[in-house]
Design a protein around this ligand. Structure first.
Ligand code: ADP
Ligand code: MG
Length: 293
């Protein structure tokens, strides 16, 4: 539970974070209003997701800006992971799920019949709550995706592995032991390895489902720093039930909770500082001040 004091701290965090946003190169300014206009990278329109006949997410419409970090927050069980998985059609892998509405990537509906799901999951990568390195060497974990896509040249693979491990802020810690198992490093390192593995296939969007939930505070901070460095090149969507984390790392926040039908729905979406400082809805206010959740 957040106290009132923690809630003030959240506001400060969100405000400081916002200064970074203003300096972001992703902004263009419209001539008349001098307001920032952001390019939309992904969009959900009237998205509803069912497990069997049970509605888990209802009528969810959200525009995700390019080269920004968007956080999805809300109480446990409100459908955050379900929503996130639908954004790269991981939902397809769960039997008896059913999706209505659309998910657009650069304006193209990912649920259209002719979509190449493998290619779409290359463009939209995912990092899970528990680090899940493959049982193979650090090197092979990162080279795995590129190899599947046909990269065989050793020099090219070496280059990809080094670049991605550097982007994931892990290179210096593992460069002398690339042939050791990816499972024989710390949890925080494993999660950065999973991020490097996701980067290796050159995605455009990275989905992160509570990526620091199983990590200690120092490893968590590393992941958060890393996200800030990645956002100039990627669009990041992070699910978290940790509000401090959302306030620290994200530029935009979507707050969702269960509606009257016991399905997850969007309550409020906006710039993170605004949503924490001056929420428009009573439910958001109650959640960010820790009255429930
Ligand atoms: N694979 C599944 N099969 C059936 N129901 C599921 C499955 N995954 C999640 N649910 C249900 O969907 C609802 C939302 O879950 P989830 O998306 O995991 O919420 P959150 O990530 O916000 O905690 C919950 O009621 C959960 O029990
Ligand atoms: Mg979840």
């Amino acid at each position: 539970m957040e106290t009132a004091l923690q809630s003030n701290q959240l506001t400060t965090l969100a405000n400081e974070n916002q200064r970074g946003l203003i300096n972001s190169s992703a902004f263009t300014f419209s001539k008349e209003k001098r307001l920032p206009v952001l390019k939309t990278k992904m969009e959900t329109k009237g998205l509803s997701i069912y497990y069997n006949k049970t509605l888990a997410v209802e009528d969810f419409s959200l525009s995700v800006p390019a080269n920004q970090i968007t956080a999805i927050i809300g109480p446990s069980g409100c459908g955050k992971s379900t929503l996130l998985r639908s954004l790269n059609r991981m939902t397809d892998l769960i039997p008896r799920t059913h999706v209505e509405g659309s998910v657009l990537l650069d304006g193209e509906n990912l649920y259209a019949p002719n979509i190449d799901v493998v290619e779409l999951r290359r463009r939209i990568g995912m990092v899970f709550q528990r680090p899940n390195p493959f049982p193979m060497s650090i090197y092979d974990n990162v080279a795995y995706g590129p190899r599947i896509y046909g990269v065989r040249n050793r020099v090219a693979l070496d280059d990809i592995v080094e670049t991605c491990l550097k982007q994931a802020a892990l290179w210096d810690e593992v460069k002398h032991k690339l042939n050791q198992s990816g499972m024989a490093i710390s949890g925080g390192q494993q999660q950065r390895l999973c991020i490097a593995r996701a980067l290796a296939v050159e995605p455009e969007v990275i989905l992160m489902d509570e990526p620091a939930a199983s990590l200690d505070p120092i490893a968590t901070l590393k992941i958060e720093e890393l996200m800030q460095n990645l956002k100039s090149s990627y669009t990041i969507i992070i699910v978290t039930h940790n509000m401090q984390q959302a306030a620290r790392v994200s530029n935009f926040t979507a707050f969702m909770m269960l509606n009257d039908h016991k399905a997850g729905s969007l309550v409020e979406f906006g710039e993170t500082a605004g949503l924490f400082t001056n929420p428009k809805h009573k439910q958001t206010q109650e959640y960010v001040t820790g009255r429930f959740g």
